[in-house]
Design a protein around this ligand. Structure first.
Ligand code: CUA
Length: 352
């Protein structure tokens, strides 16, 4: 009843404020370039976007023609003079011929349009399947409830490193991603760069993308995977090669050592408390892979898989009570005294 009253009084269910808000929100996300299939920044997303606009344009033309013919038929039926005779509504043989020709042409055009849609779709599919470039950057992504584990492979194991929920890539170079899942099916989707690809437990899937413009692109899980599916986002940071290489050098290194007594106390809190039971910080005794690798936590844009900006306040709130921020998340609440928390935060904020 409340919902019914709140509707805009235009007599149609689809003009509810809810739908208007949704439409405005969709239109504004489409324009913001933050996460949008309508703002392609790489060859894969461009191919999909081109197909989308082609199909939409043809469908619009067909719709306009069909509606115009329908309106004309309605108008004609109410305006034509009634013929005399016993059966005024029966068409003459000439009219019957014209109608037959009309139907045959309409069917033929429909078949041609549908077949061309199939061709356009198949050719887009083959473009998506071809790796756009040589010497791809190889990354492994593992889906977890509800975060993304990312490994940068290297023939030399010393150069291999892990991060979470954030993928840095060089502009213009294809990125080949091997994916799997640790628990349930997830789906990798970065609308500005690449369409969806499932991550399946016990099975490897492959996708690729190339970012042609530097920028930070949001992606998200696109397969319902449980309680916090909506808070399973990630960011792709596309940067010029030199900047990317320096990021790689920094990520390959072990974690920053504490530089003062507060940070040293924080490291002890981390290593002696429950944190070390789930997380890895390389160069320390913490090596569990249950939760995200935190070796370079402070260099990341967000925490909790894109849920919150990576700020001291958010981090403190997250450590104390992650369940209130992301209910159902595998990280338990932590009872920690204020001094220990300050020390822990100082330590974590130093992990650049
Ligand atoms: Cu992972 Cu939805």
């Amino acid at each position: 009843m409340i919902a019914a009253r709140s509707r805009v009084r235009l007599g149609s269910w689809w003009l509810s404020p809810h739908l208007l808000t949704m439409t405005v929100a969709m239109a504004s996300t489409a324009c913001s370039g933050f996460q949008s299939v309508l703002d392609p920044k790489g060859p894969r997303a461009e191919a999909v976007s081109k197909l989308h606009w082609t199909l939409l344009s043809i469908a619009t033309v067909v719709y306009v023609i069909v509606i115009a013919v329908l309106l004309y038929a309605l108008w004609y039926a109410s305006h034509r003079p009634l013929p005399a005779g016993d059966h005024p509504y029966r068409e003459t043989p000439d009219q019957a011929d014209t109608m037959k020709r009309g139907v045959i042409i309409a069917v033929a055009v429909t078949v041609i349009v549908l077949i061309s849609f199939v061709f356009a779709s198949v050719s887009t599919g083959s473009t998506l399947g071809r790796l756009g470039g040589t010497k791809p950057l190889r990354i492994d992504v593992v889906g977890h409830q509800w975060w993304w584990g990312v490994t940068y492979n290297d023939p030399d194991p010393h150069n291999q490193f892990e991060t979470a929920n954030e993928i840095h890539v060089p502009v213009g170079r294809p990125v080949l991603i091997k994916m799997t899942s640790q628990d349930v099916i997830h789906s990798f989707w970065a609308p500005n760069l690449s369409g969806k690809k499932d991550l399946i437990p016990g099975h490897q899937t492959i996708t690729w993308f190339r970012a042609d413009t530097a920028g930070v692109y949001r992606g998200q899980c696109a397969e319902f995977c449980g309680h916090e599916h909506a808070k399973m986002a990630f960011f792709i940071v596309a940067e010029p090669t030199l900047k990317f290489e320096s990021w790689v050098q920094q990520q390959r290194g072990e974690a920053q050592k504490p530089t003062d007594s507060l940070q040293a106390a924080g490291e002890r809190v981390f290593l002696n408390g429950p944190c070390a039971m789930c997380h890895t910080i390389s160069g320390t005794g913490a090596g569990s892979k249950f939760g995200p690798n935190l070796t370079h936590l402070a260099s990341r844009l967000t925490i909790a898989a894109g849920t919150l900006p990576n700020t001291t306040g958010n981090l403190a709130g997250w450590i104390l009570d992650p369940q209130s921020i992301k209910p159902g998340v595998k990280m338990p609440p932590n009872r920690i005294d204020p001094q220990s928390l300050q020390a822990l935060l100082a330590y974590l904020e130093n992990l650049k």
